[in-house]
Ligand binder design. Structure first.
Ligand SMILES: O=C(O)CCC(=O)c1ccccc1C(=O)O
Ligand SMILES: [Mg+2]
Length: 374
């Protein structure tokens, strides 16, 4: 779509520190205190666009951290767009392409420009992206629990709230046995597992046991940057492989499809460098008939709002990880907060991300702030 251009007059970079309600354990870390970059981009008309980075303090999910984000944003990306007139947000990823990777830093600015562009054209971000859904189905990601009883209690609670997909984090020693016990209690719930690269091809015979558990998919069982071994594994197991960490671009999606590395892709806006690339992956996967869904990185409200918008695209056919604000936060940074009824989130029809940022919450959680003006 064409539309009114955006002229960037001012950018404010903040770092926020927020504490999750409970620790969240994956196969590679247990996290409860989250620090992240939040970007406010102001245009010459005083409209404001917001972008949230999903990079955390340590480079355990990918190579980026809050500090690498700060460097790339302050020293390269913000100076590059300050004072510029952006005809369409699709230009941003092209503009930033000489810089290698650093996708989460790039996405922080690119998503803010998308928000600003949608506001300037007085339309919801979902509409600016070409999304048609007015409501989205919601899944839940459940961290590794100390006991199976604790996991079953969590599932019971989330079932009553109406969640549509149950993603269970696994690792060696807390995988097949735990999932089997869950299946004995809940034989039919839509369930998947996420290994966050905890296995290797030496575990093929062990992973074959997942095929008896009627899983929707096994997410990222092997190396974070692999699509070759995943193709070998997919030929050995019936359970569809979903790739998360391995997919950084539409080219990775194309390579994975042609090799047979996966049958489903978890799209995360930050991991792929922004909404334009996420849309390209959506469009390619629609062309080849590969389902996609929107993953999460325990975002605060701005990131959550962008995830809702991208989930309205047509190939996002499976419930994502975009749970309500209350999943992780006693207080979120947006108002209203993201809420859910019966496993459904209503897509906002206000301009841009459709939520206001609560500046009192920014004051409360910000540990760093720097303004960039012409
Ligand atoms: O935001 C959510 O609820 C999903 C959280 C999640 O699964 C996750 C959280 C941190 C790092 C990686 C992942 C993942 O999806 O692999
Ligand atoms: Mg994952």
């Amino acid at each position: 779509m064409t539309g009114n251009a955006v002229k960037v007059k001012e950018v404010v970079l903040r770092k926020l520190q927020m504490r999750l309600k409970n620790p969240f354990a994956t196969s590679f870390e247990t996290m409860q205190d989250k620090t992240f970059c939040l970007l406010e981009v102001i245009d010459e008309n005083g409209n404001i666009g917001w972008g949230e980075s999903v990079a955390s303090d340590l480079p355990l999910y990918n190579e980026e951290t809050v500090k690498t984000n700060q460097h790339i944003l302050e020293d390269l990306l913000i100076p590059d767009i300050l004072g510029q007139t952006i005809g369409h947000p699709d230009e941003i990823s092209e503009r930033f392409s000489p810089i290698r990777r650093n996708n989460m830093a790039k996405a922080t600015i690119e998503t803010a420009i998308w928000d600003l562009f949608a506001k300037n054209n007085r339309m919801p971000l979902s509409q600016a992206l070409g999304g048609k859904k007015k409501e989205i189905q919601v899944g839940i990601s459940i961290g590794i629990q100390d006991t199976t009883k604790a996991l079953l209690n969590q599932i019971e609670g989330f079932l009553t709230q109406g969640f549509r997909k149950f993603k269970i984090k696994i690792k060696p020693g807390k995988d097949v046995g735990v999932l089997r016990e869950v299946r004995e209690v809940y034989p039919d719930i839509p369930m998947m597992a996420d290994a966050n690269s905890a296995y290797t091809l030496k575990d093929i015979d062990h992973l074959k046991q997942l095929d008896d558990l009627n899983l929707m998919m096994i997410e990222q069982p092997l190396d974070h940057d692999d699509i070759v071994d995943h193709a070998v594994l997919q030929k050995e197991i019936r359970t569809p492989i979903c790739l998360d960490e391995s997919i950084h671009s539409v080219k990775d999606a194309m390579r994975s499809h042609s090799l047979g590395s996966c049958k489903i892709i978890n799209i995360k806006i930050g991991r792929v460098g922004g909404l334009t690339e996420a849309k390209k992956i959506n469009d390619y996967c629609k062309q080849v008939g590969m389902p996609v869904w929107c993953g999460g990185m325990q975002e605060a409200g701005v990131g959550r709002a962008h995830n809702i918008a991208v989930t309205t695209l047509d190939q996002f056919t499976l419930p994502g990880d975009t749970a309500p604000s209350s999943r992780y936060w006693d207080e979120d940074i947006i108002e209203p907060e993201v809420t859910m009824t019966g496993g459904i989130i209503q897509v906002p029809d206000k301009p841009g991300i459709g939520f206001e940022v609560n500046r009192e919450m920014l004051e409360k959680f910000a540990v760093y702030e720097k303004a960039f003006k012409l």
